[in-house]
Design a protein around this ligand. Structure first.
Ligand code: FE
Ligand code: FE
Length: 394
């Protein structure tokens, strides 16, 4: 009796994280074979713009997994029209491999939704659920997952194996963002990248320079974490209003407002990857606090990908820390980010009032609030912020 793993997904696009997870599953479960099965076009799921048809995703997945010994890419779901159920695919594989033990490889989100799948008891009767767990998860999440595994064992009679996944977590959404930013590095295999670029998948070849305000808004929304969209639109509107009031360029203010958090969704390791890809010089503070890097990487993306000017670049670059010698647009983006209408924290009304009458005083108040908070939390304060306060008080 052999052990066969089954690894399904949209693979949109197939990337290094998928292949690392596949390799982990093969070695941790000591699989004899791993079947990689790209989905067809799931009708219930909105696919991102520029998504290739199922046949091309299948081809990309084949190319991505050529280096993976024991892996075989199957077209059973990709070629089937309409909705495909894991239970049906599994039943077909169960008939094909009656002597072998089947393992259904899944991530944690799939474990949580599993009882709501079509025929979960049937799936449990045919395969062991093998869940790849990310290592750095907090203990509460671990408890929830353990409890969920227990429920599936008891209520559905399932066999559930929780596996430690040492592979770096990587999301397809982030891979698509990095492709658009032309900073994908090793995230996709060279042969896969070649086809993505040749076919212009995921909008990678689109010229994003000199867009109209409407086009820019559409592009930005597609790249942001959807939760952040209201904040960014609020920042744009607030910045434009302040620019009118304080005599700055209204267009620059609106564009900087739209673009200021363009890289915010990316995790620290991808912030660092962007810095490497663009050759952005990093100081010690940035290296130790990669979460603050989105201001720097955002400024570079605004300039290199969207063709924005130096005024917009500087305003985005300084939007989290401020800096000595800030110009009016820099002050406007700093304070608009801080107090746009979606922001809600003690003291935000005082900031809004100050911004109506005295831009410098408002920026100074914002900087001091941030410095106080960081000190209370025992966190390091950016030197730029301290210099900005000293400069504004002069
Ligand atoms: Fe930000
Ligand atoms: Fe922001």
């Amino acid at each position: 009796m052999g052990k066969i793993g089954i690894y399904g997904g949209t693979f949109n696009p197939p990337h290094a994280g998928h292949m690392a997870a596949a390799q982990q599953a093969i070695s941790l479960l000591k699989l004899d074979k791993l079947l990689i099965i790209p989905d067809g076009q799931p009708p219930h799921k909105d696919m991102p713009e520029g998504t290739p048809p199922a046949e091309l995703r299948l081809e990309l997945t084949r190319l991505a997994s050529t280096g993976l010994a024991k892996a075989e890419v199957l077209d059973v779901e990709a070629i089937r029209p309409g909705k495909s159920y894991t239970a049906d695919t599994l039943a077909a594989l169960h008939r094909r491999y009656p002597e072998d033990n089947l393992y259904l490889i899944m991530g944690t989100d799939m474990l949580m939704s599993f009882p709501q799948w079509h025929n979960p008891a049937g799936i449990c009767a045919m395969a062991t659920l093998a869940v790849l767990l990310r290592e750095e998860r907090d203990p509460k999440v671990q408890d929830t997952l353990q409890a969920q595994a227990q429920i599936i064992r008891k209520k559905l009679g399932g066999k559930v194996k929780l596996l430690k996944n040492n592979a770096l977590p990587m999301s397809s959404t982030d891979v698509r963002r990095m492709l658009v930013f032309r900073a994908q590095g090793q995230m996709v295999a060279p042969a896969v990248l070649e086809i993505i670029q040749r076919e212009g998948l995921y909008g990678v070849n689109r010229n994003r320079r000199g867009l109209s305000m409407e086009e820019l808004e559409r592009e930005v929304k597609a790249l942001l974490d959807p939760k952040r969209i209201p904040h960014v639109l609020g920042c744009r509107d607030t910045a434009a209003k302040l620019a009118r009031q304080y005599g700055a360029d209204v267009t620059d203010a609106a564009r900087a407002g739209l673009l200021h958090d363009i890289t915010k969704a990316l995790p620290p390791e991808l912030q660092l990857q962007l810095c490497r890809a663009y050759g952005i010089p990093l100081d010690a503070f940035g290296q130790e606090n990669p979460k603050t890097l989105h201001a720097l990487t955002g400024a570079w993306v605004a300039r290199e990908i969207f063709g924005e000017n130096q005024a917009v670049f500087r305003a985005i670059e300084s939007h989290t820390t401020g800096c000595a010698g800030m110009d009016t647009l820099q002050k406007i983006i700093y304070i608009a980010d801080y107090m746009e209408p979606n922001r809600d924290f003690p003291g935000v009304e005082r900031l809004r009032q100050a911004a109506q009458t005295d831009l410098d005083r408002a920026v100074c108040m914002g900087l001091e609030m941030t410095v106080d908070t960081l000190r209370q939390q025992g966190r390091r304060v950016a030197r730029d912020s301290l210099q900005a306060i000293a400069w504004l008080k002069q």
